[in-house]
Design a protein around this ligand. Structure first.
Ligand code: FAD
Ligand code: MLT
Ligand code: ZN
Length: 459
């Protein structure tokens, strides 16, 4: 990168926020899983939308590619720049939104709030809670994952069963396009049906179409009280049967998470309490709310389900009961001896039992090493398939085998984490050629120089 452009970038954001020393750079160049490491000439940390626009204008004029980074908790390699070998001539910056953390005033009547892209999920939720509202998006990475990141990946999370994914909670957006122009579609209106849904298009765009600089999020009214129950169960189907039974009894399902014995054993090794004493192949956490006799209705619903070996329940938030589920990702990352093969997939609800059976035996069927730990947002049909200790040489075969099962069951190769670099080679699975061409046409129209996150989504 030429000294001239570095100086111009420093003129925009301040010299302290153009980072070029290798030690500091390193923290921005490896992703959360440790599997993806890229190279960049500098990290640039703007503070405002206008500074982002000036940075992008400079990069567009000089053909510098831009990897947008929020909390760097993404799990598909989309938050770090390409590896050295991928594009040797590429000049790249990481544009970090870490300094863009302002929160707007909460509109308690309209139940919405604006947040700069670098504001974390937890900060937005705390801000909403101070006005008696909550952020409808929640995930275990809440203290690091950012507004821009959850929109760019269209994150799901533990409350998706209740409030839907991130796209559905975006009321407005401000973003900088690849030519440096500022797009602002900001309407706290419940109905505004003018033109293409550009905020919806940027949701899930994974940094390839624009730099999201501010988001207007809908907020939700929290339930007066919830009950969290954790059950030891024999059968995967018991989860969706209980969700249906609870709903029939007028209960609102706020969360529904499945774990396996292997996952419970692992998190217990790392200090999380076993939520239920009775051993069982599966553990199911369900959180419900409602009016009237919620506990009685929940216990009555549980009574009617076959294959429940034991259950505990307590009033929400029940952090100790949630701990086993919340510590899965970290415990897996700490335990695996090779980068975990982490496949976030979804299948039709009716196919969940078969999916669990078939994913569990993939490494054994292939005759390769790999410790399966499956868990996830079972109410969304979303299974987080993790194989620990897989030799690097066998990763591709394991991934192909899982995606073959997904395709056979009519599922999706990405439920909530996006495609990133990790799954770009498989984006054709479940998408027709016409669909891929249409997406590429949008990408070329909005980023004709392919400066924004090259290699993400399309490989
Ligand atoms: P980053 O990792 O920084 O970036 C992710 C992608 O978004 C990249 O492609 C990046 O280029 C792009 N991006 C980031 N900011 C912007 C911006 N301002 N404008 C344009 N593009 C941008 N994900 C779920 O969906 N559900 C979960 O339940 C969940 N739980 C998790 C638990 C743990 C412990 C961890 C480590 C991760 C979890 N994740 C989950 C994955 C991750 O937190 C989400 O993908 C999250 O949305 C990433 O946000 P981030 O700010 O860290 O984005
Ligand atoms: C989760 O639900 O915990 C996340 O999606 C992270 C993961 O898949 O490990
Ligand atoms: Zn998840």
């Amino acid at each position: 990168m030429t000294p001239t452009i570095l100086r111009r970038l420093a003129d925009v954001v301040g010299a302290a926020h153009v980072i070029t020393d290798d030690d500091t750079l390193a923290g921005y160049l490896a992703d959360w899983t440790g599997r993806w490491t890229g190279v960049a000439d500098a990290v640039v940390r703007p503070r405002t939308t206008e500074e982002v626009a000036a940075v992008i204008t400079l990069c567009a004029a000089d053909g510098v590619s831009v990897c947008v980074q929020g909390g760097n908790t993404g799990l598909v390699g989309g938050s770090v720049p390409p590896a050295a070998g991928d594009s040797p001539t590429l000049v790249t910056i990481v544009l970090s939104t870490a300094r863009m953390t302002d929160l707007g005033d909460v509109d308690a009547t309209g139940r919405c709030v604006g947040a700069q892209a670098g504001a974390t999920v937890a900060a937005i939720d705390r801000h909403a809670a101070s006005h008696g509202l909550r952020f409808g998006i929640d995930l275990a990475a809440r203290e690091s994952a950012t507004a821009g990141g959850v929109v760019a990946t269209n994150a799901g999370g533990i409350r998706m069963i209740r409030h839907g994914n991130t796209r559905g909670q975006v009321l407005g957006i401000e973003a900088v396009l690849a030519d440096g122009c500022i797009l602002r579609r900001w309407s706290p209106l419940i109905k505004d049906n003018v033109g293409y849904d550009l905020p919806g298009l940027l949701a899930g765009s994974e940094g390839t179409l624009a730099v999201i600089t501010e988001v207007l999020f809908a907020l939700v009214t929290p339930p007066a009280a919830t009950t969290v129950a954790v059950l030891a169960i024999d059968r995967v189907a018991a989860t969706t049967e209980l969700i249906a039974a609870a709903s029939r009894r007028g209960l609102i399902v706020e969360a529904a998470e499945i774990m396996t014995a292997a996952g419970i054993d692992l998190v217990h090794e790392y200090g999380a309490r076993r939520p239920v004493a009775e051993p069982a192949p599966f553990t199911f956490l369900i959180e419900v709310s409602g009016s009237g006799t919620v506990d009685e209705e929940l216990f009555a619903a549980i009574e009617g389900i076959d294959g429940v070996r034991g259950a505990v329940a307590e009033p929400g938030p029940a952090t100790a009961l949630w701990a086993a589920r919340e510590t899965h990702t970290e415990s897996i990352a700490r335990s695996t001896t090779t980068p975990v093969v982490k496949l976030d997939v979804s299948v039709p609800i009716r196919a969940l039992p078969e999916a669990f059976d078939r994913f569990t035996v993939v490494p054994a069927d292939l005759g390769v090493q790999g410790r399966p730990i499956l868990f996830g947002h079972v109410g969304d049909g979303n299974i987080h398939v993790n194989y620990l200790d897989v030799p690097c040489a066998d990763e591709h075969r394991v991934t192909e085998a899982v995606f073959a099962v997904v395709a056979d069951l009519g599922g999706s190769i990405s439920a909530e984490h996006g495609i990133g670099r990790a799954k770009a080679a498989w984006i054709g699975l479940g998408r027709t050629d016409v669909d891929i061409v249409a997406m590429r046409t949008v990408k070329t129209a909005l980023d004709p120089q392919n400066l924004l996150n090259p290699g993400v989504l399309f490989g």
